[in-house]
Design a protein around this ligand. Sequence first.
Ligand code: IPM
Ligand code: MN
Length: 352
Amino acid sequence: MKFNIAKLPGDGIGPEVVAQAVKVVEAVCKRFGHEVSWQAGLVGACAIDQCGDAYPAATHKICLAADAVLFGAVGDPKYDNNPTAPVRPEQGLLAMRKQLGLFANLRPVETFKTLIGKSPLKAELVDGADFLCVRELTGGMYFGEKGRKDNGDTAYDTCIYSRFEVERILRLAFGYARNRRKHLTVVDKANVLESSRLWRQIAREMEPQFPDVTVDYMFVDNAAMQLIRNPKFFDVLVTENTFGDILTDEASVISGSMGLLASASVGEHTSLFEPIHGSYPQAAGKNIANPLAAILSAAMMFEYAFGLMEEGRAIRTAVAASIDQGVVTEDLADGGKAFSTSEVGDWIANHI
Ligand code: IPM
Ligand code: MN
């Protein structure tokens, strides 16, 4: 096959980790006889610096024309403590999600046997945990009406969801559950929030369409507890945008390092693949960041965007081998030898 991939490294450690994912994609293409071309685009703080827009139209054009988008991270500390900044790097990511119609963010949580000891949770709790978080990505508080009133002394963000938005994300989640262990947990705050009551109502209405799937409903505060108390309870977890943002960061500790969690965002146009860890500015340019989440995002790209499971598996096997053989960055090195970002990328590409 021939792929045209948009490459959006973004800010912070984004460029370093995406560079490793690119090496790995090229190695896979070489091994399996595919052809790949890359189109680079700007997003985030680097885009603001160069053209005053966090998601320039030129970047959107590249994404729309691509078969998949490989994305790094956005964010820069110079904006974090400046609440009056007129444009923020994160707006680039949000604009990209909205304009590409990426309404579903898929964040799988898996464990690697050799890393069980890295998790702050007890080994017997995390060993074998394997679930998929499905986070709604283009609705809720992130995109609802927001503003200030009373001379700026009162602020609000509205959590708003339509039936259409809820139904399409639930349908996707039911579908993933059907292809996994057939257990769906709908996470909401239906004891307090009207938007959650709509989610729950729609999920109940849909249950008969998926008779093979066992559905349970969990309040988000309880879900936050169950995720670390009994992560093996979960198979597919579906929730709205803000809850999903928070719960997936929490879930990332289960696998031992945030540097391991990959994600796919899918929807109406080109799908996007990104590590969940963000721009980690303290490590930027040091060649120490863990590239595995970006590399595993490339595996998800082969599987979800191109339907090439064997190619995805080749990446996963190489990643597992690098972990087993201790070719890891300092976050996973456990006092042993720490390899650099590019050394890990080279090793994995070479293994493939
Ligand atoms: C994520 C990030 C983003 C989000 C930020 C950078 C806007 O935390 O992808 O989880 O909140 O969605
Ligand atoms: Mn987040």
